[in-house]
Design a binder for this molecule. Structure first.
Ligand SMILES: Cc1cc2nc3c(=O)[nH]c(=O)nc-3n(C[C@H](O)[C@H](O)[C@H](O)COP(=O)(O)OP(=O)(O)OC[C@H]3O[C@@H](n4cnc5c(N)ncnc54)[C@H](O)[C@@H]3O)c2cc1C
Length: 405
């Protein structure tokens, strides 16, 4: 039987777009990724990929390289301002489980995906091509693209087009309007830094949420050679120059040992406005949305891309079903409904709670007031409960093959 369709276009060579392209091409579905930039994004963003994301990365065949280049953090801890341990979850219990949470800076994950993608004959990358407009009719969908240097424009068509074009997605804005991305923007801005400093010397765990009214932050080891991600909140939103100017004092106050600038090596720094937002739909006809183009959450707890990668895994199953004539195109409505529900029921509340937990009303008594901390404390000695808490992250996944004919 002839395949259910011929071709997919993905807008955006971020991690979500690249991963979807890799999965589809490996399956035998001709796919083109259209990316506006010359190169992959190198800003300090995602670092940790949770179990449901690792499952999809393993499926795409990149898990092993990811584990080799990155590392599997052990304990995620919550600490008081002075470093005192409140509670924590040790992932060491999973040993070499390929779905164990893994850390690797996003730019390195991007390179890894590109290496794997370039080996796929059915996957075409078009860098330097910016999508400027979209359209569709009963037979096909299209994107108008402009070449970054020549400014030449052309129209590319496909059976399905997936917007993996990030928070400012032109696909989403074209489908619903520029300002239609329901949700909220937090007052806090987050400053993400990559820095070499020996936190472990001061007894820090691999990942640490430091709670407190003013200097709340997260400090996590993100590379084998000892680079850490320190993300802290700042209120009200400051300009970049002010953030840069205040950074040495902020580091001196926050870091254990209170170092001066000659005692750490700052690699990068980037401020972010943070949001909780969800697109009205993740399917409109032949257009689909996935990852940041479809939903945003604050970075505390690393649920942004993990949720985006789970979208990718779901969309892959749906498109494969249609391609193999095992599902009709209505399965894409199920994709839209289920992925939106998973965001509303799991990703949005969990990531919001993670952020609010950073600045509790009564920081000295969090063990008495925070139910999550109470469960974590119990799980420190209850292995089964700890395993359940880790495995529960798979609740954001969904098996779309159950809708195959
Ligand atoms: C500080 C910080 C820490 C984070 N930490 C984590 C973490 O630990 N774990 C986690 O899971 N998530 C984390 N996240 C979230 C994560 O970084 C994002 O969810 C993820 O990068 C989104 O990937 P994406 O592929 O959807 O979009 P993007 O990475 O934004 O990629 C979109 C791509 O589309 C391209 N594009 C845009 N418009 C067009 C156009 N018109 N034409 C062609 N191409 C276009 C862009 O150039 C870009 O390459 C963090 C985020 C921040 C800010």
């Amino acid at each position: 039987m002839a395949p259910g369709f011929k071709k997919v276009i993905i807008v955006g060579a971020g991690p979500a777009g690249q991963l979807l392209g890799l999965l589809l091409a490996k399956y035998g579905i001709p796919t083109t990724i259209v990316e506006q930039s010359t190169d992959l994004d190198a800003n300090p963003r995602a670092t940790h990929y949770g179990p449901p994301a690792m499952k999809i990365l393993n499926l795409a065949g990149v898990g092993e390289d990811l584990r080799t280049r990155g590392f599997a953090p052990d304990t995620v801890a919550w600490r008081q301002r002075d470093g005192t341990f409140i509670t924590g979850i040790s992932h060491g219990i999973l040993k070499d489980d390929p779905e164990r949470i893994t850390a690797l800076p996003l730019n390195q994950l991007g390179k890894l995906l590109l290496e794997h993608g370039k080996k796929q004959p059915l996957l075409e990358y078009l860098f330097n091509h910016r999508v400027t407009a979209i359209g569709q009719d009963e037979l096909q969908a299209w994107v108008d693209v402009e070449h970054a240097e020549t400014k030449e424009t052309s129209r590319m068509t496909a059976d399905y087009i997936v917007g993996c074009d990030g928070a400012n997605s032109i696909v989403r804005r074209s489908l619903f309007g520029d300002w239609e991305f329901p949700g909220k923007t937090w007052d806090e801005q987050v400053i993400a830094t990559n820095v070499y400093y020996d936190f472990a010397k001061y007894g820090y765990s691999d990942a640490n949420f430091i709670v407190g009214p003013e200097h709340w932050h997260m400090a996590s080891k993100i590379t084998k050679d000892g680079m850490w991600r320190v993300s802290y909140g700042q209120l009200p939103a400051l300009k970049l120059e002010e953030v840069t100017e205040q950074l040495p004092e902020k580091f001196r106050t926050m870091f254990p040992g209170h170092p001066g600038p000659d005692q750490y090596k700052l690699v990068s720094m980037s401020p972010y406005r943070i949001h909780q937002r969800l697109a009205k739909q993740m399917r409109v006809g032949r257009f689909l949305l996935a990852a940041d183009a479809a939903h945003l959450c604050n970075p505390f707890g690393g649920l942004g891309l993990t949720g985006g990668i789970v979208d990718v895994g779901g969309l892959y199953e749906c498109l494969v079903g249609i391609y193999d004539n095992k599902a009709d195109s209505d399965i894409l409505d199920v994709y839209s409904r289920v992925r939106r529900e998973k965001y509303q029921q799991i990703i949005d509340p969990m990531s919001s709670d993670n952020l609010k937990r950073m600045f509790p009303a009564d920081p000295d008594n969090v063990m008495e007031t925070d139910e999550f901390f109470k469960v974590c404390k119990k799980a420190e000695t209850d292995t089964e409960l700890r395993l359940k808490m880790i495995k529960d992250s798979h609740n954001m996944s969904y098996d779309f093959t159950q809708h195959y004919r």
